[in-house]
Design a binder for this molecule. Structure first.
Ligand code: NAD
Length: 391
């Protein structure tokens, strides 16, 4: 079977879905790689590296779509709402598509992907099991975002991060607060600590406490308890507005006493909760920095503007998008490893394994034969269950 890698088309995107190093691994599994010319260039992987590893470089996008049985992308239509739609006419019935598809985004968009007849797999739907860990692209990209958020904050901060004892006096370490301690939040804690800052963190899931402490962070406990804070997959759950209002009230003092705030609090398929208000920002010291990693999902800070830097009376609020793409060499390497593990599990002896035989295949399968077939997604969009296809 042939795996095709088109160049990413999202504006500013620098990642590539497969790096040259995985070409021989895929070949061993009977999968040949064809790649659009210059697809890996911005991530540090020129065409020649692919050909050296046995890949074939094709001159344009249409040639890749036409040659491949399986198309692998980072941001497919859905996750790429700006330019991704142009790929839909290039897809054909039965062709396999693997990538970020934002399956819990907009029903109409997922329906448009389904209408191509392609068999699409959304990496966002990867089950959180030990076996699927090596395929978990969401976690890989969140790790990079958490790291980069702290680097951005350090770069923009008016303070040094580490404690320094110098002849010119002692510098106290910066105080970094992380709100939302999933994969990105945990990496933000580690990175802040590596830079010498004092890291504190808060999450509504009590299970996060031990993880924060194991990284040397201080866990902030608030006298408020979420209802079923965590779902069966380990994700935080949506709470009612009175809960968020109380959180804001309790976080006001904590936020005002910090130099850097990194927010990552999200709930799958929902708008991000507002946890930092304009009033809270006003109470922060001038020169403080907020990096809102939930910017793409509406923002955890009321004043965040997606993709922009906003200065509110000396407090800088950054709402970066697609941070993983700013570290394209390693982001591509990690994504590539995730996708390669996924593909070698999906295809055995030159054939795609049926979803009934494997929970990873079943849970990531989004569309097939012109329909949205994923049970979780159908339920999310309140579509009637497709008993035979989705079970
Ligand atoms: P996420 O990106 O979905 O959300 C980030 C964090 O925001 C979560 O920890 C969530 O609890 C928190 N949050 C949401 N609303 C909040 C609010 N109102 N107040 C405070 N915090 C709020 O999270 P994630 O990166 O997907 O990680 C969630 C959990 O899943 C973590 O415990 C992580 O370690 C675990 N995980 C497990 C696996 C695996 O087992 N293979 C893989 C990835 C993540």
């Amino acid at each position: 079977m042939i795996v095709g890698v088109p160049k990413e088309s999202y504006p500013g995107e620098r990642r590539v879905a497969l790096v040259p190093a995985v070409v021989p691994l895929l070949a061993k599994a009977g999968l040949e790689v064809v790649i659009e010319s210059a697809a890996g260039e911005q991530a540090g992987y020129p065409d020649s590296h692919y050909t050296e590893k046995g890949g074939k470089v094709l001159p344009d996008r249409a040639a890749v779509f036409s040659a491949a049985d399986i198309i692998v992308q980072v941001l497919c239509y859905g996750a790429n709402d700006i330019s991704g739609k142009a790929d839909l006419p290039l897809l054909r019935r039965g062709q396999i598509l693997v990538g970020f598809l934002r399956p819990l985004g907009a029903a109409e968009v997922v329906q448009e992907v389904a209408a191509t007849g392609a068999t699409s797999f959304a990496v966002e739907l990867m089950p959180r099991t030990t076996r699927a860990q090596s395929m978990d692209a969401l976690s890989s990209m969140a790790t990079i975002s958490g790291y980069k958020a702290v680097i951005l904050a350090a770069e923009k901060s008016i303070r040094l991060f580490p404690m320094m004892t110098t002849a010119a006096g002692t510098i106290t370490p910066a105080r970094v607060l992380i709100i939302g301690v999933g994969v990105a939040g945990l990496q933000a804690i580690s990175t802040a600590r590596r830079l010498g800052a004092v890291a504190s963190a808060y999450d509504m899931r009590p299970a996060a406490k031990e993880q924060v402490q194991s990284l040397g962070g201080r866990f902030i406990e608030l006298p408020i308890e979420a209802q079923n804070a965590q779902d069966a997959r380990g994700y935080g759950t949506a709470q009612d507005e009175s809960f968020y209002a109380r959180q804001r009230e309790l976080l006001t003092r904590v936020v005002s006493e910090t130099d850097i705030v990194i927010t990552t609090a999200v709930v799958p398929g929902k708008k991000a909760p507002v946890l930092v208000t304009g009033e809270m920002v006003k109470k922060m010291g001038a020169g403080s920095v907020i990096v809102d990693l939930a910017a793409e999902r509406g923002g955890n800070c009321e004043l965040t503007e997606m993709g922009k830097a906003v200065d509110v009376k000396g407090v800088l609020i950054l709402g970066p998008v697609n941070l993983a793409s700013t570290v394209p060499f390693h982001a591509s390497q990690m994504y590539s490893k995730n996708v390669t593990s996924f593909l070698t599990n999906l295809v055995k002896d030159g054939k795609v394994r049926p979803p009934e035989t494997d929970d990873i295949i079943r849970e990531t399968l989004l569309t097939q034969g012109g329909e949205i077939v994923n049970a979780r997604v159908r339920e999310f969009f309140k579509l009637p269950a497709l008993v035979a296809a989705s079970q």
